[in-house]
Design a protein around this ligand. Structure first.
Ligand SMILES: Cc1ncc(COP(=O)(O)O)c(C=O)c1O
Length: 360
């Protein structure tokens, strides 16, 4: 029996052609026309003022925090139910992550929980649109404004997610994307930072390029990083972005199918699939015993799954930061299973996954 992977990248129509163009022209490093083309096209799609690419979604977060001058002595409010990179980036700049709980319905950062954790040291809120579901941006923006806090949106999982007809990421001060192989569009490894504040993106672009002053020499006015994306990666990105509507449509159909067939047995994150990137379809079960038996059945049928994100505040490397019990996060994290969610999942594969979950 062939294994059904949890994810595999979509193969865009023009990606080979564009990559070959880089190879033929020998523009294989981080200079070349595809980088600026990809950035321009991303900017149009996102409806933001400025975008700059970088080497992955983790460094995108690092750069975003640096651009806001967040550092030692500052606190950043962040959900514990996220991929570890969201929190690691806060530590990279020497700030303290302050973990908050999530909502029962959409599994995203809870506004009530944010309000309880704001202190004199709080400098920013980082919201993560988890699995592609948009956070409650109206309320979060209001909290950030009223408390004079920066708002960072981690959109790694939500490329293609819209909130009140605007792409997520444009509500806060600065936002980040990941183009890893399992994301809505991929460049292999890759990321981007975007904002409606052009000055922040200029700063990010400067920092990702070793803090180089553009005088054609080796003058560096800040300690920067080499976090650049290559022309080959951007070439793949350009081709992927051309196919975005098709990719999102395939993922929407899959999300709708999972929801319509499985809802009698399992619960889903509360979100409108038509407005979501539907990154990874994740099911919520009754208890850990059911998770165990479901995992066993899926494994027996060679279906690769993943558990819901383990809580970052409980990881060995973060145990000193916060020992608080985050009841909703713990409950969701221990009862979720991520199902295969790639755009090209065949009808037969979908049927096998569905019948296995239903135990038919
Ligand atoms: C919420 C979130 N933030 C950040 C990242 C990091 O992105 P990358 O893997 O491109 O570094 C990911 C990647 O999976 C993610 O899911």
């Amino acid at each position: 029996m062939k294994k059904i992977p949890i994810y595999q990248p979509y193969i865009a129509r023009n990606q080979k052609k564009y990559v070959n163009q880089c190879l033929d022209d020998n523009w294989i490093s981080s200079r070349g026309s595809f980088v600026s083309k990809f950035e321009d096209n991303l900017n149009s799609y996102l409806g933001s003022k400025a975008v700059t690419t970088c080497s992955n979604g983790t460094v995108a977060l690092h750069l975003a925090l640096l651009a806001l001058d967040i550092g030692p002595g500052d606190e950043v409010i962040v959900p514990s139910f996220t991929y570890v990179a969201s929190v690691n980036a806060i530590r990279y700049v020497g700030a303290k992550p302050v973990f908050v709980d999530i909502n029962k319905h959409d599994w995203n950062i809870s506004c009530a929980s944010i309000l309880k954790k704001i202190s004199k040291k709080t400098k920013a809120i980082m919201c993560v649109h988890i699995y592609g579901a948009p956070c409650e941006m109206n309320q979060i923006v209001k909290i950030a404004k009223e408390n004079k806090l920066f708002l960072i949106e981690d959109c790694a999982e939500s490329f293609g997610t819209f909130y009140q007809d605007q792409h997520v990421g444009v509500f806060g001060d600065i936002a980040t994307l990941s183009f890893f192989g399992n994301k809505t569009i991929t460049t292999g490894e890759g990321g981007a930072v975007f904002s409606n504040r052009g000055d922040l993106i200029e700063k990010v672009a400067h920092l990702k390029n070793q803090g180089l002053v553009t005088d054609g020499g080796y003058t560096h006015d800040v300690i920067g990083y080499n976090y650049r994306m290559t022309n080959i990666q951007a070439a793949i990105g350009c081709a992927q972005l051309e196919d975005i509507e098709h990719i999102l449509n395939l993922k929407l159909k899959l999300a709708q199918k999972y929801r319509s067939t499985l809802s009698k047995k399992v619960l889903f994150q509360d979100c409108n699939p038509e407005k979501s990137s539907n990154w990874i379809n994740t099911i919520l079960l009754q208890d850990e015993t059911e998770v165990k038996s479901m995992n066993h059945r899926l494994k027996k049928n060679n279906i690769e799954v993943r558990p819901g994100f383990p809580l970052v505040n409980k990881m060995i490397c973060y145990q000193d930061s916060n020992i608080e019990h985050l009841s909703v996060s713990e409950s969701i994290s221990s009862r979720t299973i991520c199902l295969p969610s790639y755009p090209d999942l065949s009808e037969d594969e979908q049927s096998l996954i569905i019948s296995t979950v239903l135990d038919k």
